[in-house]
Design a protein around this ligand. Sequence first.
Ligand code: ISJ
Length: 101
Amino acid sequence: MSNSSMDESVRAELGRLRDSIDNIDAAVIHMLAERFKATQQVGHLKAAHKLPPADPAREARQIARLRELAENAKLDPAFAEKFLNFIIAEVIRHHETIARA
Ligand SMILES: C=C(O[C@@H]1C=C(C(=O)O)C=C[C@H]1O)C(=O)O
């Protein structure tokens, strides 16, 4: 294989992989948008019934569940936990804003 044809096959493979990454990123964004739609509704429900924005017991159950899912999927469970905590922190911030409104 000459240098130029090897470069071309690498470029094509990189392009295929990046197309797949772009599709996955789009799916992640759409799934997050749906999740935030649901959590906003939870925020309004909690505010209407004077429930606290955060529910640490629920969070602990979710973290345990996601860590197990991550392990089964060969994803670093510590990363899965950090990722969920990052999202939950944003959700709680939204719930606090709703409760103050
Ligand atoms: C969405 C909720 O509110 C908070 C956010 C959570 C989440 O983003 O999954 C989980 C627990 C709560 O701290 C909830 O109580 O279900």
